[in-house]
Design a protein around this ligand. Structure first.
Ligand SMILES: *Cc1c(COP(=O)(O)O)cnc(C)c1O
Length: 400
């Protein structure tokens, strides 16, 4: 990660196809576009790459979550279960659709703990969103099985794991649908952008309509202005320039993963010298997208000692207990119910009644795991010098 590192001639060529026609918009302009439909092509190729039937491009990974939740019929009165270790976008989308996020513990995969998931399902649970955090798999097969027993749909937040698989099957295709982000820090980028994939034609059709003000996209003599609609929607349309970049980046995704894997293996080998070190459990190591390298120390204290030495040797790692964007107890705005709405929505009902209260101590297992985990983002390109510097730092840390 991230895809902008290898932005080059291929992306420029795709963009020029769009600029040459002057049609920046995904719909309409039939004759003028001379057969150039970049967003449509990107949707088809992305879905085919993942081995599924339908892709719906949208403006961001957060919009992808929102559109998917809308299409699944989720709204006020519903609960949606996700994990307490994710980017804020996952639960922002749940709150934005009017539902209440419920958080599970993570386990040694650093993703949703299926045992805790089972405990948190209630009669109001309408969707489960496991997140494939930091490029690697949640225990998605177990989660889908649990959800299936309760008749609850699964939406996989695959924003950080494009191209990752389990036994060859792409993440995002195990549940009812999977969402992706192509923002500035993701493995493949379109500047801003997102995608939802699904094998369910009805679900895709609802997403397609919802993301475009309800337009039914049925070609008729009245063209776009004459299209009908089944329900209200919103505007989350991707533009052609993003679709163009997406096509070029998608073609590079597998090679990016190969490069990341090589660097990750070299770092892992060096980190193995640290006494007591453990590695994040991978459901399928071969299917890891290797965008991040996570290693666990024996205790919080050991973790801090190790990271101090790494920092002194120009190779400080991320501890997500210190970063405020990815871990439940650090989301002070969620815990406090901070919102711009005067009514206090979505944390308060219009009448003033509090809808949900979050206890910062409620995920002790996750807190213990996160407190002793260190993470390196893996760039697509890393010089031999930098890799040697990081490996030397890890060897120094082995003495901490
Ligand atoms: C990046 C990210 C998103 C949101 O993507 P945007 O394109 O930035 O809106 C959602 N979920 C996770 C886990 C992410 O990392």
């Amino acid at each position: 990660m991230p895809g902008y590192e290898i932005f080059g001639a291929e992306e420029k060529k795709e963009i020029m196809d769009v600029l040459d026609t002057g049609v920046l918009f995904r719909y309409e302009f039939g004759a003028q576009r001379q057969g150039v439909y970049k967003v449509l092509e990107f949707e088809k190729q992305f879905a085919a790459y993942c081995g599924t039937s339908y892709g719906q491009a949208v403006t961001s990974g957060t919009a992808a979550l929102k559109v998917a939740l809308a299409a699944l019929g989720v709204g006020p009165g519903d609960e949606v279960i996700t994990q307490g270790f994710t980017f804020v976008a996952t639960w922002e989308a749940i709150l934005d659709i009017g539902a209440i996020p419920v958080f599970t513990e993570i386990d040694a995969t650093l993703n949703m703990d299926p045992v805790d998931l089972e405990k948190k399902i209630t009669a109001r649970t309408r969707c489960i969103i496991p997140v494939h955090m930091l490029g690697a798999q949640a225990r998605i097969q177990e989660i889908v099985a649990i959800a299936g027993r309760h008749g609850i749909p699964v939406l996989e937040d695959t924003a950080q794991a494009a191209g990752a698989r389990i036994n060859g099957q792409h993440l995002g295709t195990f549940g009812d649908c999977g969402t992706f982000s192509f923002d500035a820090v993701k493995t493949m980028t379109t500047g801003e952008g997102g995608m939802i994939i699904t094998a369910d034609e009805k679900l895709w059709r609802t997403m397609s309509e919802y993301h475009d003000h309800g337009h039914d996209h049925v070609v008729n003599p009245g063209t776009r202005g004459g299209e009908g609609r089944r329900f209200i929607g919103f505007n989350y349309r991707m533009m052609e320039l993003q679709g163009a970049i997406g096509l070029a980046q998608l073609a590079k995704l597998d090679s990016m993963i190969v490069a990341q894997k090589k660097t990750k293996a070299a770092l892992k080998e060096a980190a193995s010298a640290i006494p007591g070190v453990q590695f994040r459990e991978l459901v399928d190591e071969a299917g890891d997208s290797a965008t991040f390298f996570c290693f666990l120390l024996e205790s919080r204290d050991h973790c801090q000692r190790v990271n101090k030495v790494l920092g002194e040797n120009k190779a400080g790692a991320i501890n997500f207990g210190e970063n405020t964007w990815h871990f439940y107890p650090r989301w002070e705005h969620l815990l406090a119910g901070a919102t711009v709405a005067r009514s206090g929505w979505p944390f308060f009902e219009p009448g003033g009644k509090r809808r949900v209260v979050y206890d910062p101590q409620s995920l002790p297992v996750s807190a213990a795991l996160i407190s002793r985990t260190l993470v390196y983002p893996i760039p697509v390109k890393m010089s031999e010098e930098r890799l040697a510097e990081m490996r030397a730092a890890l060897h120094q840390a082995a003495k901490a």
